[in-house]
Design a protein around this ligand. Structure first.
Ligand code: HEC
Ligand code: HEC
Length: 360
């Protein structure tokens, strides 16, 4: 049943990565002893980068009690079209992780189960749990809270309420899998809360490491000269005041249009949640991991290319007009943040498939 679910092969197992890192560390230590003071010193760029970014941690926050049974159930549920009102849509419709795809749908905005377009672009679910909050406006604290949203959202999966989700889960035959995933549950393990916990457990396995992690780990040859030049520019022009840390973003809220106003208004960001005037146009600074694979860009999906997103960012957030060369350099660096082996999702929503065909 696993083989069909395609997603996790994209993600190098934490163990493997750790082993590689350990081997690299051992090699470094060896060369350190062997060659003494003549060992090549860390470049100024790497030293600076290490202050601003970190490699992705081996495990995602909250994952320490995730069992294989819980992750497997979450993976099934993530792909379960039977959990939308008319059985046409799963999480994977808008966040494609099949076939090494980058956790998004590459649509400007997505259509819900009933054909209604949403108003925001689908962010990737890969590495999402490394961010400090979820959603463009941060209205969910973590992956579990987030997972309770789309299934009941009338312009997404549009299920009427929590009880209806639980009834559907039982009807679809999930009770034994829930029992395995939640062995300590008193009474019926099929609850809306456990549904969200299982989805979150699966999402906590969606980690995509890139060559940037190797670079931060000390392997300076992991980035090309052009990518290093782009990293230098990214730091120099000030992108890192907002996009930093392990996810290269996802650590704070900031105003969209901080220096020059955002020209395509309509969505007021956090203000729509909190009603506080200071939250107008405040959005979560998105992470830039895998950003080259998740076009189009910005909360409204209005920008088709990474080049345009980078040059608009410099103008809107920093009041800077980048030269075409600077823009290209930054884009070259950002491409190094793509997880090995991930590829762009085909535009166009997956057609309603017969659930039976993809049955467990
Ligand atoms: C119809 C398309 C659609 C479906 C179906 C859908 N999502 Fe989303 N998802 C979105 C959009 C659009 C956003 C951004 C909404 C916002 O920020 O207000 C989002 C945001 C998210 C985020 C936040 C990521 C971040 O960086 O902030 C996660 C995680 C997520 N979805 C997981 C899921 C899960 C799990 C399911 C299934 C239970 C699901 N989504 C179903 C479109 C969809
Ligand atoms: C003052 C904070 C700030 C600075 C400085 C900043 N950004 Fe951003 N960045 C944001 C915010 C906030 C968003 C989300 C905007 C939105 O869509 O509402 C964003 C979005 C982006 C996106 C789109 C991501 C996506 O998934 O759609 C890219 C790419 C990006 N920034 C790159 C850069 C680059 C390159 C620089 C430097 C030239 C930069 N940013 C400087 C805050 C900042």
């Amino acid at each position: 049943m696993e083989a069909k679910h395609r997603g996790r092969s994209a993600i190098p197992a934490a163990g493997v990565t750790l082993a590689v890192l350990a081997a690299a560390a051992a090699a470094l230590a060896l060369s350190g002893c062997g060659r003494g003071p003549s060992a090549p010193a860390e470049s100024a760029l790497l030293a600076e980068a290490k202050k601003l970014f970190q490699p992705l941690p081996a495990r995602m926050p909250g994952s320490f009690s995730d069992t294989p049974e819980r992750v497997a159930l979450g993976e099934e549920l993530f792909h379960e079209k039977g959990l939308s009102v008319n059985s046409t849509q799963s999480c994977n419709t808008c966040h494609r992780v099949d076939g090494r795809r980058p956790g998004a749908d590459n649509e400007r905005v997505s259509l819900g189960a009933l054909g209604t377009p949403g108003t925001r672009n689908s962010p990737t679910v890969i590495n999402a749990g490394f961010q400090f909050v979820q959603f463009w406006d941060g209205r969910a604290a973590d992956l579990k809270e987030q997972a309770k949203g789309p299934i009941l959202n009338p312009v997404e999966m549009a299920m009427p309420d929590e009880k209806a989700v639980e009834a559907r889960l039982r009807q679809l035959g999930y009770t034994p899998a829930f029992r395995r995933a939640f062995p300590d549950a008193k009474g019926d393990p099929v609850t809306f809360d456990n549904y969200a916990e299982a989805i979150a457990a699966f999402e906590r396995t969606l980690v995509s490491r890139s060559r940037f992690d190797l670079f931060l780990g000390g392997d300076e040859s992991a980035l090309t000269a052009a990518e290093k030049k782009g990293l230098q520019t990214f730091i120099k022009v000030g992108c890192t005041t907002c996009h930093s840390g392990a996810p290269v973003g996802g650590q704070m809220f900031q105003k969209m249009g901080l220096v020059n106003p955002y020209p395509r208004g309509g969505d007021l960001g956090r203000f729509q949640e909190t009603g506080k005037p200071e939250d107008r146009m405040m959005f979560k600074v998105p992470m830039l991991r895998d950003v080259a694979l998740t076009a189009p860009y910005f909360h409204d999906g209005s920008v088709p290319t990474l080049e345009q997103a980078v040059s608009e960012m410099a103008w809107l957030q920093l009041g800077r007009k980048l030269t075409p060369q600077e823009t290209r350099d930054i884009v070259t660096f950002l491409k190094s943040l793509s997880g090995d082996g991930l590829r762009v999702a085909k535009a166009g929503l997956t057609p309603p498939a017969q659930r039976q065909a993809s049955a467990r």
